[in-house]
Write a protein that binds this ligand. Sequence first.
Ligand SMILES: [Zn+2]
Length: 302
Amino acid sequence: MASEEETVFEGYLHDVTQMETSGNNKDYFNCYLQTSGDQYRRCVVFDIKKHGYYVKAAADRKPLKIINAGTILNKFIPGQLDIRIYYASTEKVLMSLDFGYIEKPSIPNSVEEALVPEYVARQRLEVEQQEEVEQEQEEEQEEVEQQEEQEEEQEEEQEEVEQEEEVEQQEKEEVEQEGLTTVRGQVYGVQLAAQRQCSSCHKWQLAFNLTAINHRCKACGLLQRFGSYVQAVNGTLMVNKGDLKLPLTLTSTVLMTYLSQNDLQELLADVQLVEEHFLEVGLFVIQYNAKNEVVVVTTGNV
Ligand SMILES: [Zn+2]
């Protein structure tokens, strides 16, 4: 590329060619612009609508000023710049130039031009046009990437908003937890039941023969070893809260936590042992929620 950008050219048009079509279906034509008494610069015109005007301007030998043009590497002579005329380029007819119209010699501008066949020149032009198309595509790709980046940023912002909402949700849950009731009282009654859950279909088993080695699931019919069933023990604790007799639901999860924290898992061998444990200890500190479900149970002696 030229170090200083040429955009305005003055001269006379010569030898406007017929329309050519490049390999990527872009039409163009060539001509020469006589820019001095003895210099003829090759032009490439991609705006084919200019063809009629250029043919006539050449025939009329009009002195022209071409504005908003550019340069393009000569296909024959490396490093030499031809004039490139764009769609946005405009032509003005001048009153005169300080040099006259001189018929372009039929001899080639250079030896190289004579040696390079026209089809080779066309191929080179196609390559350049292809590069231009690729550059446009790259620019479009960049735009797409920038857009994707923006969308990513928006997604990140969205995630931040969601995280904030999550924090708010957690705070809300904490408030609900703060709404838990804690009672320190005597367990005066307890009713627990052992249930076993099928390891395959997860259905609870109503009748479960503890003396059998195997048990057939009542729901899916799968015969399984006793130990394959997931054990759950849950029920109701009756607690005195002042003068109130409070029935609280004890879930298996909370009970298992209590038993493991107090190293009492062996009591699970017989559910009645667990029930008797609650009555023997007597005093408990129990946290329960609005649905009267026990959340935490600890012995009142701690
Ligand atoms: Zn089952």
